[in-house]
Design a protein around this ligand. Structure first.
Ligand code: UT7
Length: 326
């Protein structure tokens, strides 16, 4: 039976750091509040004119180099992003051009913070079905471009960055299961309302600040904990595994309190949960991608380990996948 395995990981974090102290100068907030309520100390900001495709490119170069795969050998490029360079063409097409990967077909996935898990699942299924053999999956976000820097309830949370994974076909270890879900009835909990076909960009949408993210944080918090627990349990049961089998849980990095609550309810000790939110904030689809890459770089993922990704975000969307590391 054919499956897929990850053979290369890469990340890119822009050099510019925005600390909680910097934010104290911009809005009515404090380092203490941000750290206590979210766990975030600083986040990275992409330089002007360099959008999500550039960061995706920098992360992908590393992932491909580590995989020992040339861009021209890629069959498919998937970029998960809610901050594409342009509405169209897709960010995946821009990435293809940066990489010089003419033999790949390219598309974006819009699944907010669960985008990387959606992308990995899509790649796995294309490989399993036999259509493609070598696939690049990237989570890349320039959230600073859609953040309202006058709104303290959101601007302290988000950051920019990218993470990439190269998947190839295998007959042995690799992807074991995936559970994805969505609930469009709760779309307005986390949304960028303006600039799309329903409310095209206009002076009015700009005046009303509709081209920025709007979030009902409190409501989202409760749902996030419940659904991330449910998603991890479902993907584990599909793989015929228990939470005690998990070597490393890589949760979406939206809030350290959410991560702690999810780990507690899953009964997974924090030593087996990867957390880097203090350094980067919430990078939507890039969060899981960067966390997976860093956990691997830190030597926390070894052959035969059971790695569980678990993400949740605006849509609502969620996803969890189980990988036996090859
Ligand atoms: O990535 C997709 C998934 N994202 C999430 O799941 C995010 C989920 N939500 C959260 O992480 C949290 O709800 C937040 C971090 C966004 C907010 O934390 P909270 O503990 O839920 O705070 P709150 O919204 O209930 O606000 C508590 C107080 C309010 O003041 P009053 O009404 O009690 O006087 C806010 O106005 O904190 C105030 N507040 C702030 N104070 C200082 C809100 N933002 C700030 C701020 N600095 N930046």
């Amino acid at each position: 039976m054919k499956s897929a395995k990850i053979v290369g990981l890469g990340k890119y974090l822009p050099a510019k750091r925005l600390t909680n102290k910097d934010l104290e100068q911009m809005v009515d907030t404090s380092d203490e509040w941000i750290k206590a309520r979210t766990g975030i100390k600083e986040r990275r900001i992409c330089s002007k004119g360099k959008g999500s495709s550039y960061m995706a490119y920098k992360a992908s170069e590393i992932a491909l180099e580590r995989a020992g795969i040339k861009p021209k050998d890629l069959d498919l490029i998937i970029v998960a992003t809610i901050t594409p360079d342009t509405q169209f063409p897709s960010t995946a097409c821009y990435l293809q051009d940066y990489l010089k990967a003419p033999n790949a077909c390219c598309f974006d996935i819009s699944a907010a913070c669960a985008g990387f898990v959606y992308g990995l699942t899509t790649a796995w299924q294309f490989i399993k079905g036999g259509l493609y053999k070598k696939v690049l999956v990237v989570g890349s976000e320039t959230l600073s471009a859609i953040t309202d820097w006058q709104d303290r309830s959101t601007c302290v949370l988000f950051g920019d960055g990218a993470g990439a994974a190269v998947l190839v076909d295998t007959k042995k270890e690799g992807f074991m299961s995936s559970y994805l879900g969505s609930d469009g009835s709760q779309a307005d909990i986390l949304i960028l309302p303006g600039g799309g076909s329903r409310q095209p960009a206009s002076y009015e949408t700009i005046d009303k600040r509709l081209h920025y993210m709007h979030m009902k944080g409190n409501e989202l918090f409760r749902i996030a904990v419940r659904i991330m627990v449910q998603a991890a349990k479902k993907s584990l049961s599909q793989a015929k595994l228990k939470t005690s089998d998990v070597s490393l849980l890589i949760p979406h990095q939206a809030n350290e309190r959410i991560i702690n609550a999810v780990a507690k309810r899953l009964d997974i000790p924090l030593e087996r949960v990867y957390v880097n939110i203090s350094r980067y904030g919430n990078m939507s689809s890039a969060s899981s991608a960067v966390a997976l890459c860093e956990a691997h770089e830190d030597g926390l993922i070894k052959k035969d380990n059971i790695v569980v990704l678990d993400a949740f975000g605006g849509g609502l969307v969620w996803g969890s996948c189980v990988v036996k590391w090859a």
